[in-house]
Design a protein around this ligand. Sequence first.
Ligand SMILES: *Cc1c(COP(=O)(O)O)cnc(C)c1O
Length: 462
Amino acid sequence: MVEPDPRRSIPRTDHLLALPEVEAARDRLGEAVIRAVIADAQSRARSGELPVAEVTPTVIAAVNDHGASSLTPVLNATGIIVHTNLGRAPLSPAAQQAIADAAGYVDVELDLESGKRSKRGVGAKQALLRACPAAEDALIVNNGAAALLLAVTALRGSGSALRGSDSSEQGNGTAAARPVTPDEIIVSRGELVEIGAGFRLPDLMVTTGMRLREVGTTNRTHLADYAAALTPATASLLKVHTSNFRLTGFTAEATLPQLRTLADDHDLPLIADLGSGLLTADPALPDEPDIDTALRAGADVVIVSGDKLLGGPQAGILLGSTAAIERIATHPLARAVRTDKLTLAALEATIAGRGNPVHDALHIDLDRLRERTETLAETVGGSVVAHDGRVGGGGAPGVPLPGWALEMPEALAAPLRAGDPAVVARVHQGVCLIDLRCVPEAADDAVAAAIRTASDCLGEGA
Ligand SMILES: *Cc1c(COP(=O)(O)O)cnc(C)c1O
């Protein structure tokens, strides 16, 4: 007699849908995800990959483990602190709590005492101003690119209005002296940055209908180059931090104080896009510009991202003079790049709180990092090697952050990524490097367990 094909007894969809665990997960995951999980288990059983008896437990485990979003939390073992592909800055516990607290109804634009409407984002703004005394005012928008777009658009040709020598509000500060609409942004050829994934700051700025007036050469730009490019159409002077590459050798650039003089002489706004977002100078990154210094050096507005070295949520932060920020905040485009309550909450908590994971990873105790790496090697094998971490994602380009990593076979990287928790290591020159710099110490055991599981996977595959 022929054995009945066990695949004919694969649990049916309606049976699996009715399981109490599946029923309970329905509100969280939704019908489509639940059905996809079931179909996947059934199909793996049909192909023989999954024993029929495992279908029900597999479905139950899958719905229990399935996050409500498809984003999978990752342990970042690359040694790259601000990793754009991994969501840039990991938030501090305080910032995470602030997001949870702000998730429901919240007084983001209401004064609870008077019952009247209040200004959005006041708390985050005040935290920024406390941290950057050189700034008179601040505005928070969706991201750094939006902040740049908004600043060049709103400040075009507003020089004298920013310094109070013109009483006309909005509009063209020196309309009488300027027969043409100022629409040229003067920027150095050495600072035309592509920020990633094919996005280029120059392309972004011309989408506003403005024109870029490139000055200098790739390696050298002098104040005289800016001066020679001035015309009645000049809208602003822009200085961009070359945040993801380094220009070395025979180089020259005009400094912010030099550009300030030129801007003053010609009634032009001076905008500084710093990208990375140090609030104040950090001795660990001596070449990285900081907001405080840039403002004191004379920028009308400084732009930084919230989720780079600042260690906060995705945001674009504009800091500067009262007049400049007022002009920017009231431009119609500002509403289109407005930031949400969750970001405001997380940013305020990040700035007000002490320390955050980005700061901790940057200033990690190297002896402790080595000890942790050695402990990992004792548990799972592999060898401890010197390994440089990086700031990554638009900060301190080319600056090595000396440290340690566990060196393992390259083949381990893929099963580590596919594991639970997912561990993303660095694959470099034929090996897999596991750098604990950006891994919370409390997760070291989880990394060890993940490596064991991944090694077992490889063993089975071999
Ligand atoms: C990162 C960066 C930007 C873009 O900021 P986002 O927050 O990613 O939009 C703009 N300018 C510079 C110099 C940068 O480094």
